[in-house]
Design a protein around this ligand. Structure first.
Ligand SMILES: O=C(O)c1ccccc1NCC(=O)[C@H](O)[C@H](O)COP(=O)(O)O
Length: 263
């Protein structure tokens, strides 16, 4: 791990240490284990010919501020209206200006399953994720050791959180292989240089076992990007910036979801 990932992991560990002084691990665990109704995340992707996980994203390290005044509930409603299969909400507060309140507001506004987009490095954050009512959680292979990955996948499952395991290259794919994650995101963005290459997910998806639900993440802006991925067999997409910036995100989503003219 190096560059931005190292910076953010160090930062997040500090944030988690602070959070534990406000709400103990035991209390957070109890909150996460309270009964709740979960919305199936992977199934929502599999049910669509083109499944878009539409992201609530206020800012990013690569692009700076995108829309700081964004209303998470209203944005979520627009995404649902446009035919999104699921939502992703960035909850990291310093670099992405998100929050767990955004996640709660977005989920409450719609019937879609919701992914917590975070830099998960401590089990406490998984309890926090369950307690906030998320349906799924991102686990980034690159920032976790082999044993953390296995432990976090198991704990997520105990808490009824579906894990979207994110990989960037062949080494990450080898790392996650023993755990056979059913849901894998391939990030088109190099998290060191922040450059995106929307052919990456398509090239790497062939290294994943058949039956894996593959999500192409980052840098998707145009219908052509959707088409190119569809031609490689990928039909699930995680899209943030271009939807937040779109003047008509409902229309854009509709055009992507109906790219094959089936509606
Ligand atoms: O978006 C960034 O700049 C970024 C930088 C470093 C680590 C993660 C980052 N983004 C998180 C995401 O995974 C994206 O928000 C998501 O894939 C959507 O990407 P995009 O459609 O390009 O906004």
């Amino acid at each position: 791990m190096s560059g931005f990932l190292e910076t953010i992991v160090t930062h997040v560990k500090g944030v988690v240490a602070q959070s534990k002084t406000r709400v103990s691990m035991a209390d957070m665990r109890r909150a996460a284990e309270a009964p709740r109704v979960v919305r199936p995340f992977r199934r929502a992707l599999e049910e669509k010919t083109v499944a878009v996980i539409a992201e609530v994203k206020r800012a990013s390290p690569s692009k700076g501020d995108i829309d700081l005044d964004l209303d998470a509930a209203q944005t979520a409603r627009r995404y649902e209206q446009g035919g999104a299969a699921a939502l992703s909400v960035l909850t990291e507060e310093t670099f992405f200006k998100g929050s767990l309140n955004d996640l709660r507001a977005a989920r409450q506004a719609v019937a879609l399953p919701v992914l917590r987009k975070e830099f998960i490095v401590d089990p406490y954050q998984l309890y926090e994720t369950g307690a906030a009512g998320a349906d799924a959680v991102l686990l980034i292979a690159r920032i976790l050791s082999h044993s953390q990955l296995g432990d976090f996948m198991a704990l997520a499952s105990e808490l009824r959180l579906e894990a979207l395991v994110e990989v960037f290259d062949e080494a990450d794919i080898e790392k996650v292989a023993p755990f056979a994650p059913p849901l894998v995101g391939i990030n088109n963005r190099n998290l060191k240089s922040f450059e995106t290459d929307t052919t990456r997910a398509g090239r790497l998806s062939g290294h994943l076992p058949s039956g894996t639900t593959v999500v192409a993440a980052s840098g998707i802006k145009e219908t052509e990007d959707i088409r190119r991925h569809l031609n490689t067999g990928i039909s699930s997409f995680l899209v943030g910036e271009s939807l937040v910036r779109a003047e008509d995100s409902v229309g854009l989503l509709r055009s992507w979801c109906n790219v094959n003219g089936e509606w």
